[in-house]
Design a protein around this ligand. Structure first.
Ligand code: M6D
Length: 381
């Protein structure tokens, strides 16, 4: 059983010992992934996808840490994108998808059954096909058989930590199709920002100067509501919840403004907000005794705050934070850095990724393996 021990985050050697699968190293490789994946996408001839002109729609299919590449692509293309960009998670390609559309199948292992199934449907319907994932995999074979473009991706360990290796080929394809403006200079500046986050969050930097360790300690024992203050930040919020689930084996609820102000905000007045949180190990109570007047662990609002917000949404964000604090709900804000949408989403994701790994470590949970996911796959095999 996992127990909370803030001391586990103090010394670099303890942090490393608590991370036998090297998840912190995997997270730190994000900048290198951007550079390597750009080269791989260019070498694989992704630009050839533009030869037949712009598709009617872009449909990304993938699961878990791979599927989210579609959300990141849509967020970076933004509301100004001339064609719809959508993500399909599951076994079926929607009926409207056809030969006029580009389908992008993403799977780090290249073996995920839902992704292979949807990619095969796309090939049968004559869609333009781009496959991104493990070399020599069933997905690579499918791309070859269907004369699709295939970009090989080197896994850095887990699919979810290979996020940028899996996403950058999609961005390179989208820029070839004139769906978004992500020049090499932006890929490079994003990589540089990720290196900077990695430096600030490195294992040997102590909790009082390490933003990720500090947030992890604040969050431990609480029930996180993770909200994004823009569509871009909402995608980062979803990613943070998935990383809380898979790295920290921790529950989390994601939302985005303004929608969360129409439903989730009610939780500020509910059971979890009053500190009547689910009973946990009693050492949690001691640890959180002096965190707030209410003493108990309860609801924790994590706001991923974009620098570009609709003015009304910015008002809603500020009012929501104030209302949470008035009610004794803990609040943490994570700020986007940079100007370009890619820099902004990548910096929020990077800091949040580190938070989830340090939360795992302080809870005594190994961040890397996902045994329940494996068990599920085995049960249905
Ligand atoms: O990227 P692929 O290999 O398709 O995996 C997709 C997802 O599969 C799940 O079962 C987990 O392993 C996730 O962490 C992963 O993101």
């Amino acid at each position: 059983m996992s127990t909370l021990d803030p001391g586990r985050l103090e010394e670099a050697q303890d942090v490393e010992a608590a991370d036998p699968g090297g998840m912190l190293r995997q997270v730190a490789s994000s900048a290198a992934q951007i550079r390597e994946a750009r080269r791989a996408a260019v070498e694989a001839g992704v630009a050839a996808l533009a030869e037949d002109g712009r598709p009617r729609a872009v449909v990304v299919t993938g699961m878990g840490g791979s599927g989210i590449s579609g959300d990141v692509l849509a967020a970076v293309c933004g509301l100004g994108c001339p064609v719809p960009v959508t993500t399909v998670r599951g076994y079926r390609l929607p009926g409207w998808v056809g030969a006029a559309d580009l389908v992008i199948a993403v799977s780090c292992s290249g073996t995920t059954e839902e992704t292979l199934e949807v990619a095969a449907q796309a090939a049968r319907r004559g869609c333009r096909l781009l496959c991104v994932g493990g070399a020599g995999s069933p997905l690579a074979d499918l791309a070859a058989r269907s004369r699709g473009v295939f970009v090989p991706v080197r896994s850095v360990g887990q699919p979810r930590s290979t996020l940028w290796g899996l996403t950058v080929p999609l961005l390179v394809a989208a820029r070839a199709l004139n769906l978004t403006d992500v020049p090499d200079a932006v890929l490079e500046s994003t990589a540089a920002r990720l290196e900077d986050v990695a430096h600030r969050c490195r294992p040997d930097s102590e909790p009082f100067v390490n933003p990720a360790k500090r947030i992890a300690l604040d969050l431990a024992g609480d029930v996180p509501l993770v909200w994004g203050s823009s569509p871009l930040a909402e995608t980062a919020a979803y990613r943070m919840c998935c990383q809380l689930n898979e790295n920290a084996k921790y529950p989390a609820v994601y939302g985005g403004l303004p929608e969360a102000d129409h439903n989730q905000v009610m939780a500020f007045d509910g059971f979890f907000a009053r500190g009547a949180a689910p009973s946990g190990p009693s050492d949690l109570d001691d640890f959180f005794r002096d965190r707030s007047e209410d003493a108990e662990h309860g609801l924790h609002l994590v706001v991923l705050r974009d620098t570009e917000e609709h003015p009304q949404t910015a008002k809603r964000r500020a009012a929501s934070v104030e209302m949470a604090r008035d009610r004794g709900v803990a609040v943490t804000e994570i700020l986007a850095e940079g100007d370009h949408p890619l820099e902004r989403i990548a910096t929020m994701i990077a800091l949040a990724d580190y938070v989830t790994v340090y939360l795992a470590i302080t809870l005594g949970v190994d961040p890397t393996p996902v045994p329940a996911i494996q068990e599920l796959k085995a049960r249905i095999a």
